[in-house]
Design a binder for this molecule. Structure first.
Ligand SMILES: *Cc1c(COP(=O)(O)O)cnc(C)c1O
Length: 376
């Protein structure tokens, strides 16, 4: 475990992001996507805060193990917990696991649906059905909708608890992107088939962050925000204009400076003895790939005390080298704190673009060696 390197999560900023989401989606109830340990921010702490202090009652996890863990961490809390993938209803004792933990499996294939409709243990399971409207990942096919409705009715069921789909290109325009338009059309087909089937459809949802940011799908009963809860936008820069959301990064990744020294162009630094490309100040921070700060981040730059430092050489397991302009010498010294990312969402998004990855991945990379702290 690290001592001075930590991820500080600000719960007020989390609450304020949720307020901003509410402004876009006035009617829809959010299912907070806290899978992958709350995108690295700590699912339990965020869910407890959202439930107890903000009155939110729906949480989404990807795996069965994550969902069980959240339930165990919040034994008395009365909220809904969806499991979106990794369902495995066929495994023997799983019905009990779902029932005892009051988990909602999202069904996306005929085999699982058949289990739920035919096995007595699953008799009281609410039906959550996810359709593949064009993403081609998980989901029932659009042309199966008639058969599925028949099957559900034959099993004596009268209602669908939650009908949903997921967009493949939510970071692109919902108005003009052909894949998004196709998915919207297919969703209408699926939804209309259910609505005219005589089955009661209690809940519907189609939107993740990029979709919500564009104000799309917010007229369904639920929305499923993930990334936007944590601050960053999911939209590519050219679509950001169509976005209605300006979130604040809820976390700060804090570390400190282990050492600094001036270098001349060509001086070899660290493993592999990579020569630096220009004169400057090498700053070594206490964060490496053992903390989830990947070697692929080389070339990206971090802002500190008004200066930009480029990640150079190899990222080590325990430390990273940055090359700052020599003028930063007075402001950046050994033992001083160093904020890898702060609450400035735009600066974090710039970093992610530089290293050609998505904020989702940078968050999820952080390992358990970095302790998470919560502040208000
Ligand atoms: C992860 C996930 C979301 C949230 O996606 P973001 O892009 O992070 O908002 C919503 N729905 C489903 C089904 C998901 O798997």
């Amino acid at each position: 475990m690290r001592f001075r390197t930590k991820l500080v999560v600000n719960l007020d900023k989390f609450a304020s992001n949720l307020e901003k989401i509410k402004v876009i989606a006035l009617q829809a109830d959010p299912i907070l996507m806290v899978k992958a340990d709350g995108y690295g921010h700590g699912a339990t702490a965020l869910a407890q805060f959202a439930h107890h202090e903000l009155g939110l009652n729906n949480f989404g996890l990807a795996t069965l193990g994550e969902a069980i863990r959240l339930r165990e961490d919040c034994p008395d809390a009365e909220f809904e917990t969806y499991v979106f993938s990794d369902i495995q209803l066929k495994l023997k004792d799983h019905a009990e696991t779902y029932l005892n933990n009051r988990l909602l499996p999202v069904l996306s294939n005929r085999a699982d649906l058949k289990e739920v409709l035919t096995r007595p243990e699953y008799k009281h399971f609410p039906l959550c059905l996810k359709f593949n409207t064009g993403m081609n990942r998980l989901g029932f096919e659009v042309d199966e909708v008639g058969e599925i409705i028949d099957e559900v009715k034959k099993a004596g069921r009268r209602s669908i608890y939650h009908l949903m789909t997921h967009f493949a290109c939510a970071s692109l325009s919902m108005k003009t992107n052909p894949r998004n338009l196709l998915q919207q059309k297919n969703w209408q087909l699926v939804k209309n088939a259910f609505l005219s089937s005589g089955l009661d459809v209690e809940r519907t949802s189609i939107s993740n962050s990029g979709t919500i940011e564009q104000g799309y799908g917010v007229d369904e009963t639920h929305i499923r925000p993930g990334l936007m809860l944590y601050g960053p936008s999911s939209l590519i820069s050219s679509v950001k204009r169509e976005g209605h959301y300006q979130g604040e990064l809820i976390s700060r990744l804090e570390t400190y400076i282990l050492s600094t020294f001036p270098v001349k162009r060509g001086t070899p630094v660290g493993y592999g003895a990579h020569p630096v490309s220009r004169d400057g100040l090498v700053v070594i921070i206490a964060l490496g790939y053992g903390d989830g700060f990947s070697n692929y981040y080389r070339g990206g730059s971090l802002t500190q005390a008004g200066f930009r430092g480029e990640i150079i050489g190899r990222v080590n397991m325990d430390m990273t080298y940055l090359l700052f302009p020599i003028e930063a010498e007075k402001q950046l010294r050994a033992q001083m704190p160093f904020t890898v990312w702060g609450h400035d969402t735009a600066d974090f998004e710039r970093f992610c673009e530089e290293i050609e990855t998505i904020p989702y991945e940078v968050f999820c990379h952080l390992t358990s060696r970095v302790p998470r702290f919560y502040e208000k």
